[in-house]
Design a protein around this ligand. Structure first.
Ligand code: SF4
Ligand code: SF4
Length: 319
């Protein structure tokens, strides 16, 4: 089994990711820029980012990228809060991918990205009332395939440099779970990972409001390297939602055709039932010929669709 210290610096003690010298940190910062360039370049290739196979229309706009240390105190908090018996810490997920490696939380970083829906997809979806637009359904299905391929490409990119990495949601052990506090949950939430990485906060509808809005998809990869954490430009996990910031808006409540969003939050059961019994059937019968869990009406035609709606109120939101 692999046994080595920092992949960038032979001075680091065995099992540690950094020797602590300033030069290391500079190199890691450079590597984060390299990673950002890699992801942006990968997404810029039409064969990678396509709304349907063989299409030259992109599924997503330019991604946002952030990272956080495995030693961030939010990870144990999330485990306790979401489900101590099933929610993974970074080192727990990583150990499943690389059993036998002696890894500490601060040897690991999480890289998270936001894939923004394109303007044509958002505009088409704004016109939808009760059923999803075909553009949104395509982005939900083929766009997620882009996201899966990106996770694999990032893992392979690290592997090509001799750095171990894994995508938690692609691990065979990843599973849907039931949280006594939040109902439907899973072993690893990429939205929560992105929140820790400073990429956004949660809205009334549970979606992650980023600085390019809530009409997005999210991905993440754990890597055995200590990347510098990106700043979290918020103090509260609901800070960028107008309802939580100012007690107004509620646009997502009005937009949901089945009343699955209220001032108390998102009724996941009601939402799931509507998607499984109505919108997925519609996608099969009238759009793509197979079922897709497509809806996302609450993600468009709302103030947080493609921006942080509190930015002007707070004079913040850009990192
Ligand atoms: S539509 Fe308004 S209330 Fe709903 S998540 Fe966005 S900002 Fe919050
Ligand atoms: S995804 Fe659809 S059903 Fe679920 S909350 Fe949003 S609008 Fe309502």
């Amino acid at each position: 089994m692999e046994e080595r210290g920092c992949l960038l610096c032979p001075l680091a003690p065995r099992g540690r990711a950094l020797c602590g010298k300033l030069r290391c940190r500079r190199e890691l910062a450079l590597n984060l820029n390299e990673l950002k360039q890699f992801i942006s370049a990968w997404m810029a290739l039409p064969e990678n980012d396509a709304i349907t196979p063989d299409s030259d229309i992109p599924a997503f706009d330019v991604p946002l990228i952030g990272c956080a240390s495995g030693a961030d105190a939010l990870f144990p908090f999330l485990k306790e809060d979401i489900g101590a018996d099933f929610y993974w810490l970074l080192e727990e997920a990583f150990f499943l991918a690389f059993p036998g490696l002696d890894i500490a939380a601060d040897d690991l970083s999480i890289i998270a990205w936001i894939l923004p829906q394109t303007e044509p997809t958002r505009l088409a979806h704004r016109r939808a009332e009760k059923l999803p637009s075909i553009e949104w359904s395509r982005a939900r299905h083929y766009g997620e395939k882009v996201n899966v391929a990106l996770r694999k490409a990032v893992v392979e990119q690290f592997a090509s440099k001799g750095v171990a990495a894994c995508a938690p949601v692609l691990l065979p052990e990843w599973s849907r779970q039931f949280s006594s506090k939040y109902a439907f949950a899973s072993s690893w939430s990429e939205r929560h990972a992105a929140y820790v990485c400073g990429l956004g906060t949660f809205g009334l509808s549970d979606g992650l409001i980023t600085r390019v809005g809530k009409a997005v998809r999210v991905g993440s990869v754990i890597v055995r390297a200590a990347f510098p954490s990106t700043p979290r430009p918020y103090k509260h996990h609901r800070e960028w939602c107008l309802f939580h910031a100012k007690g107004k808006c509620r646009a997502c409540m009005k937009r949901c055709p089945v009343g699955a969003i209220s001032e108390s939050g998102h009724d996941k059961e009601k939402c799931k039932q509507y998607i499984r019994t109505v919108t997925a059937v519609h996608v099969e019968e009238a759009q793509l010929g197979f079922r897709v869990n497509s809806c996302g009406l609450c993600q468009t035609k709302v103030p947080c669709e493609h921006r942080n709606p509190t930015e002007r109120l707070q004079g913040s939101g850009r990192s």
